[in-house]
Every structure is written in C-alpha cells, then in structure tokens.
Design a protein around this ligand. Structure first.
Ligand code: B12
Ligand code: SF4
Length: 576
C-alpha cells in the first residue's frame, strides 16, 4: 500500500435530516434514551475502528462529525467545509436508518463539490438498502456487513489503483462501463474481533494531526462529558422482536451466524488506556455474560486487576445470578447497570422476546445494589406488541413500585419505539403476526417521513392496539407521569421535574398548534403561523437537552488527564 501525507478517506457522519437548522421540526422524544439529540449526532463507534485499521495498513483516514458541528455552530457551512476537503474517497455513514435523509443529502454535496471523488456508504442500514442506495447517482459504492475494516481497506486499494472492484468482498458497486449494479458476495464475516482495537488512540492522534478537535467528538457536548464505550462483540444471541441487531436479523441481513467476540485481554487493554486519559464513565457495549460465565468472570477479574476509577456501565440482556453482582462489586470500584424489561407485563415482555419475570428483575436490582452498584437504569418501551395505553400507564405504576422498593438508585426510563421499525427486525419482517402495520417501506419513504415536523408522522408503524397519534399521546402521558413519580420519590429534584413538566407541556401545545395551523386555509396566514411555530420549536429545542441529565453517571477525578494523553501519544509515535 502506498504511503501518503494526503488524507485518503474522509468518513463523514451526517445529521439525520439535512439541513435540520432550516426546517420546522418540533422536538420529539425519539432520542431521549441515548446520549445524542433528535438529529442523532453520535457517529457509530465503528468509525474509530475503521480509521485505526485502515491507518495501520497505510491508508490515511479522517473522521468528521458533521452533525455535531452543525449543532454546535449554527453558522457552520457544510458545503464549504466539504468543498475544502480533498480525499481519494468520501465514506458516509448510513448505519442507523434515521440518518437516511442526511446521508444521501451529504452524498449529494460531496458529488456537487467533487464530482470525481467516489462516495462510499456503509453501516447496517446501508447493507439492507444497498441496492436502493445505488439508485442514487451520488452513491458509487456500498460496503455491506457488520465488519467492514478489511473490505473497506480492499476497496480503498482498488480506488487508489483504479480498478479490481469485482474481488472486494461485501461490495455493491456500479460498473461504469455497463451502468449495471454488481453485488459481490457478502462473505467477509469474521468470527472473532482480534483484528480490531486501539481505536481511541487513533482518534486522538487523528484529531491532533488534522488540528480538528471539534470534528471528531462523538456527540454534542462530548468535550464536557467525555463518556466512552468499549466494544465486546458483534452480533447477539437474543431475538428481541423489535431489534435490527437480533440473532435472526444478523443472520438474515448480515450473514452473521453467531457472535464474534473481543478477547477479555483486549477489553481490559481498552479500559486501561481509556482510564489513563479520562475519569468519565465507560459503557461496556453488550452483555459480557452472553458468551458464558467464564468469559464474564475473566473480564471482571481482569478489570479488577486494573481497578479503574471510572464508572463502568454494564448491560444485562437477561437477569444474572447473584454471584455475578458479587464479582462485579469485588472487582469494580464503581459499577452501574442497564437492563431493559420494556414493560411491567410479563406476557408482553415474553412476546417481545424477553422471557423473564418481574421477580427475577427485582432480585437482580436488589443484588446489584447490595454489591455497591451506583445506579440501575431500567428501560421501558412504548409501541411493543400487544401494548395499549392502559398497559403503558400500568408500566409507570410499576416504575413507582420499583422506586418505593429500591430507592433512588433505581432509575426507570421510558421512551417510544421510534422513529422506525428496525429494518431486519422480526416485527418488521413478520409484521402481521406481531400486530404491526408497516407504514414506511422504501428508503425514499423513510427519507420523506423524516421531513415531517410532527414526530407522529414519521413513525414507521402503527400497532393493533395503538395508531400513531395514540402512541404519541401515550408517550406524553407516560413521560409526564413518570416525571411526577420520580420527583415524588426524590429521584429527581423538584426544580428539574418542574422544568421537565413545562418542557413536555409546551411541546404538546406546540404540536397541537401545528395541527391547527395546517388547517388554516389562507396561505399567507398559514405560512406566518408556521414561521412562528418554527421560532418556538427552535427555542424549545434548546431545553430538550435537559432529559440527558437523567442518563448521566458521575465523572470520577479529572475529566481529561493531559499528561497521560501526551505520554500515550508520544509512546505510540516512538513505537511506530
Ligand atoms: C451499541 C449500540 C448503540 C449505542 C451506539 C454506540 C456507538 N457510538 O456506536 C447507542 C446506545 C448510543 C445506540 C444508539 C442508537 N441506536 Co443502537 N445499537 C447498538 C447495538 C447494540 C450494537 C452496535 C455496535 O456496537 N456495533 C459494533 C460496532 C463496532 O460496529 P458499527 O459501529 O456498527 O460499525 C461497523 C459497521 O456497521 C460498518 N459501518 C458503520 N458505518 C460505516 C460507514 C462506512 C462508510 C462504512 C464503509 C462502513 C460502516 O463498519 C463498521 C466497522 O466494522 C446495535 C444492536 C446490535 N446487536 O448490533 C443497536 C442498533 C445498531 N441501534 C439501533 C438504533 C435504532 C439506535 C438509535 C437510532 C435508537 C434511538 N432511537 O435512539 C440510536 C442512534 C444514536 C445516534 N446515532 O445518535 C438499531 C439500528 C436499526 C437500523 N438499521 O436503523 C440497532 C440494530 C438495534 C437497536 N434497536 O438498538 N446504539
Ligand atoms: S435488543 Fe435484544 S436482540 Fe437487540 S442487541 Fe439487545 S439483547 Fe440483542
């Protein structure tokens, strides 16, 4: 591979909607339970693995989070920024389907400003919609699969050498001579993840090299809350019906049969290097108990030898035995848990693919807290199979029960299944049997829906029990009630609860005002009213960040340890 000083590949993370700053979009709760906002400015962690792997093989990569830059700097000129870049290829992430509007629009800007530079797309949603994507003239290549480090490296080699695309695994491409779309087999599906790692060091080095600290941040506000994530595996052994990353979806859409693991040693190395540079929380992606108790025990014991000061956030896909919490408590100075029962109703939970009881759930909460767990986030979902509005409100009563039983270290959270049904999920592929009506089909349907100002109109489904408006109404009723319940148990402060209640009521009122405005017959009056609504929506969006406070864990010690960062970067350079 040729070594060059020029950036070979620029990986761009688009906002979900381009250009959301100019559009009337009323704040919605569709991203309330993740660190990013409703335009999903967080890029896939895979970007950092891609960058590290390609650079290790001589291809220079730069990551730019366009979405985060647009959010933080309203005057940020995306087209001008892209026009100043001059890579050999642009890579655009269409991993999460909600990015389908922004991703294609950013591809258009790349082609408009650089007609001869190839545009590559990748990620879960690109894999599923690869053929449709190639229907847009702005897209030249789609690299499919859940592990694209090696295929992308081979594609970059082909681009730099001017041909040989037919031998690149997982690639869908347009043959220039015939105009035909060619689908190479999706046969690069690694069974382990020993080939990836060192992604955070790569990100730091790349940020310094390009003098671009703003462009690489994972999400808006990351520099003040530099939370990181450690990847344990690809794929999943479970079959939650709403999930596009379930065992069945992975097998059908990504040819993945079984999970691919990172070794406990690699996980520990990641935690060691992250904890050397920051005291912010570290989220462990995936349930470390999936491969079995031996794996989980080894991970915990290795982490125990490091004793990271950071909050280590562990996920549980299903309840665990008491010993697991004892081991976590023994090994980790600060640990927190996340579990997603989705509903209080055991029958509905089973139907959603999670066959465990409330008794099991509650015993886990008790054992976790007995062993020093700092916070247990318990996630509930609105829009699951068989759930009506009454059932949603019973779930909120159950949240109150959890708070009464276990106190304020339990943090119940609720949000809608939104905006879309995950492509590839059981609910999507087998919609009738699971009581769903699919309302959006093609990629273009989803792109157009994203332009709707009311989140009701972008929901990709309705259920046998609730239509889209009922899902919206049930969501606000549940959010308001949970806010009150949490305040009454002292889980959140009264002033926070009051601000949240005001935000929710103002948003609901604005949504009603929008519906009323659409009925105004006189064009001029309607447009004037919509312009006023946009001003109010932009004002409300500023307060919508409030909800993120409920997702945070404390930073222990320094936010950044600058001396260690310098040492790590220098050490790496010397080693290279
Ligand atoms: C961890 C995770 C998260 C983390 C993300 C951490 C991060 N920064 O990546 C959190 C919790 C924040 C999250 C949030 C969301 N998630 Co999520 N998430 C997952 C989960 C459990 C694992 C994904 C993972 O870690 N993969 C491994 C990493 C290393 O690989 P990767 O990032 O996917 O990147 C590789 C490839 O995808 C590809 N690739 C990615 N981008 C690009 C770009 C190019 C150019 C190329 C060539 C290749 C490429 O190559 C990479 C390297 O091999 C999956 C379920 C599952 N079992 O897979 C759901 C999943 C991906 N998430 C999903 C959804 C819907 C969301 C949300 C939209 C939910 C919501 N409404 O809030 C948000 C979006 C957040 C945002 N962007 O702001 C759906 C996606 C369905 C779909 N096709 O749209 C999934 C399948 C299941 C689910 N329902 O949760 N998620
Ligand atoms: S939601 Fe279920 S199927 Fe999807 S990644 Fe989590 S445990 Fe696996």
């Amino acid at each position: 591979m040729r070594l060059t000083k020029q950036t070979d590949l620029v990986l761009l993370h688009p906002p979900s909607v381009y250009d959301f700053r100019e559009k009337l979009i009323i704040p919605s709760p569709i991203a309330d339970l993740v660190p990013s906002g409703p335009f999903f400015e967080m890029y896939p962690i895979g970007f950092s693995f891609l960058g590290e792997y390609l650079e290790r093989h001589g291809v220079k990569v730069r990551v730019i989070n366009l979405a985060a830059r647009m959010l933080e700097q309203p005057s940020f000129d995306v087209e001008r920024h892209i026009s100043r870049l001059d890579p050999r290829a642009f890579g655009i992430g269409l991993h999460w389907l909600p990015h389908c509007h922004g991703a294609v629009e950013i591809a258009r800007l790349c082609k408009k400003t650089h007609p001869d530079i190839p545009v590559v797309m990748g990620g879960y949603s690109s894999t599923i919609y690869h053929r449709e994507l190639l229907g847009y003239p702005e897209v030249d290549f789609v690299v499919r699969g859940d592990s694209t480090e090696e295929p992308l490296l081979q594609l970059m080699t082909a681009i730099l050498e001017g041909g040989g695309y037919e031998s690149v695994p997982n690639l869908t491409w347009r043959d220039k001579a015939s105009g035909r779309v060619v689908e190479n087999p999706l046969d690069y599906v690694p069974r382990d993840l020993n080939h990836i790692g060192g992604n955070y060091l790569y990100m730091m080095r790349a940020a310094l090299r390009h003098g671009d600290l703003r462009g690489v941040r994972a999400f808006k506000g990351w520099w003040s809350y530099p939370m990181t994530a450690v990847l344990t595996c690809k794929g999943c052994l479970k079959n939650c019906t709403f999930c596009g990353g379930s065992a069945r979806a992975m097998s059908k859409c990504f040819s993945r049969r079984g999970i691919a693991l990172r070794s406990p040693e690699d996980l520990a190395k990641d935690v060691e290097s992250i904890s050397a540079i920051t005291g912010a929380p570290i989220f462990v992606i995936g349930d470390i108990r999936q491969p079995g108790d031996d794996y989980a025990n080894e991970v915990l014991d290795r982490l125990g030898r490091l004793a990271p000061g950071n909050h280590m956030v562990l996920e549980l896909f299903e309840p665990a035995p008491r010993e697991y919490f004892e081991r976590a408590g023994r090994n980790l100075p600060h640990f927190d848990l996340e579990i997603s029962p989705e509903t209080h109703d055991e029958g509905l939970r089973r139907a959603a693919g999670k066959p465990y009881t409330n008794e099991q759930l509650e015993s886990n909460i008790a054992w976790a807290l007995e062993n020093g767990c700092g916070k247990v986030d318990v996630f509930f979902m609105i829009g699951i199979e068989g759930q009506d509005r009454e059932s949603v409100m019973e779930t909120i009563e159950y949240c109150s029960h959890l708070l009464k039983e276990f106190g304020t270290k339990v943090n119940p959270l609720v949000g809608p299944l939104a905006p879309f049904l995950d492509p590839g999920s059981i609910n999507r592929t087998d919609a009738d049997r699971h009581g769903y009506t699919v309302l959006l089909h093609s990629l273009e349907d989803h792109r157009q829906a994203l332009l709707e100002p009311h989140w009701r109109d972008l929901l990709g489904y309705s259920t046998e029990c609730m239509d889209r408006q009922e899902i919206v109404d049930a969501t606000y009723q549940a959010l308001l009630e949970l806010n009150r319940v949490k305040a009454s148990h002292g889980q959140i402060s009264t002033s926070y609860a009051e601000s949240m209640e005001k935000f929710l009521l103002d948003t609901m009122a604005l949504l009603d005002r929008l519906d009323a405005a659409r009925d105004i017959v006189d064009d001029t009056r309607r447009e004037a009213e919509l312009a006023m609504i946009k001003l109010e929506a932009d004002r409300l969006r500023v307060t919508s960040d409030l909800v993120k406070e409920e997702l945070e864990w404390p930073i222990e010690g320094a936010k950044f340890r600058y001396l260690s960062i310098a040492r790590l970067l220098l050490g790496r350079r010397r080693a290279a």
